[in-house]
Write a protein that binds this ligand. Structure first.
Ligand code: 8YV
Length: 311
């Protein structure tokens, strides 16, 4: 009998085909009455597959008494209460490394979008305005002071790309790392010393609203904020206010606090580039994430070491 698996997120067709072949899969989105379903089938579920941005509610996990593993198809585990999973005896895995390059690429793309005003430039051509006018001048993106919040895998990927832009790179995090880049213990000091501030830190309860009005003020009226981590790390109303009142110059955002909802006030703002959480959304990376997620599941059911265990 295949093991019962509850799938909370969508995956690529190739990954789905393997899941469907190896497991008895129920897809959460196809379940008409979730409460009744959990009462009837909850006790048989052995594995949950979920996205980094989705995680799993502890209340749901508590209704799955045979649950052995939550396999996250993503690197972030901020939406999973790890202590609760330990208490419930549930393993947790994620998909680190395979998405680092794509997320770092997107951070640079957002910076270029904002500084070089590429969406406006493209609209200019598509709207047929080129023969009669020029778009407004943009800002140089190279040779600046770049700050990175979180010099982990993705932060280092961003730093490696920025090395080609000239300028200087500094970072903050709980502790200094073995790195040639300048360390600031305080986020405010890093923000004050940065033209472009990249958010690349893992989210947790402790990072909620970390980038608040005072950090944005420190970044200053010429400063640009780029976020490819989690929306929760930024005080979103404070960000909207800072942009609207020109306390900072611009922002490039791939993540939001209440996805898939982004604050509508941002939609009409100049100097803002928005993306619908696509940091890891390339065919190559999503395929690699799917494979790693499957490897973790297979290892769990084979009683083998989990390739990328979080818990
Ligand atoms: C994806 C992510 O949106 O890896 C993460 O933590 O947030 C993204 O890669 C998601 O996990 C895809 O399921």
């Amino acid at each position: 009998m295949p093991e019962k698996l509850l799938q909370l997120c969508g995956v690529l067709p190739a990954t789905q085909a393997v899941l469907d072949a190896r497991y008895d899969v129920s897809r959460w989105t196809g379940i008409a009455d979730p409460d009744a379903w959990l009462s009837e089938h909850g006790a048989t579920v052995r594995a949950v597959v979920t996205g980094g941005h989705l995680g799993i509610e502890t209340a749901m996990a508590e209704r799955l008494p045979s649950l052995g593993i939550v396999a996250i198809n993503g690197v972030g585990y901020d939406r999973v209460d790890l202590d609760a999973m330990r208490r419930l005896g549930v393993r947790v895995t994620n998909t680190p490394d395979v998405l680092t390059d794509d997320v770092a690429d997107l951070a640079i793309a957002l910076m270029l979008n904002v500084m070089r005003q590429l969406p406006a430039a493209e609209r200019h051509v598509r709207d047929g305005l080129w023969p009669t006018s020029q778009p407004s001048l943009a800002r140089r993106a190279s040779g600046l002071r770049y700050g990175i919040v979180g010099l982990g895998r993705i932060g280092q990927g961003i730093a490696a790309r920025l090395a080609g832009f000239g300028g200087s790179i500094a970072y903050t995090g709980p502790n200094p790392k073995q790195s040639a880049h300048r360390y600031h213990a305080k986020l405010h000091d890093l923000a004050a010393a940065s033209d472009v501030l990249f958010i690349a830190t893992a989210a947790s309860g402790a990072t909620r609203g970390l980038v608040d009005a005072s950090v944005l003020e420190a970044l200053g009226p010429q400063g640009v904020l780029i976020n490819v981590a989690r929306g929760s790390i930024i005080d979103e109303p404070a960000l909207v206010e800072a942009l609207a009142t020109h306390k900072i110059w611009g922002a490039g955002l791939d993540v939001f606090d209440d996805e898939p909802n982004a604050p509508e006030a941002l939609f009409t703002m100049a100097n803002v580039s928005l993306a619908p959480h696509v940091g890891s959304a390339t065919a190559e990376t999503r395929d690699a994430m799917g494979k790693l997620m499957l490897e973790n599941l297979d290892a769990f059911f084979a009683n083998a070491d989990l390739p990328t265990a979080v818990v």
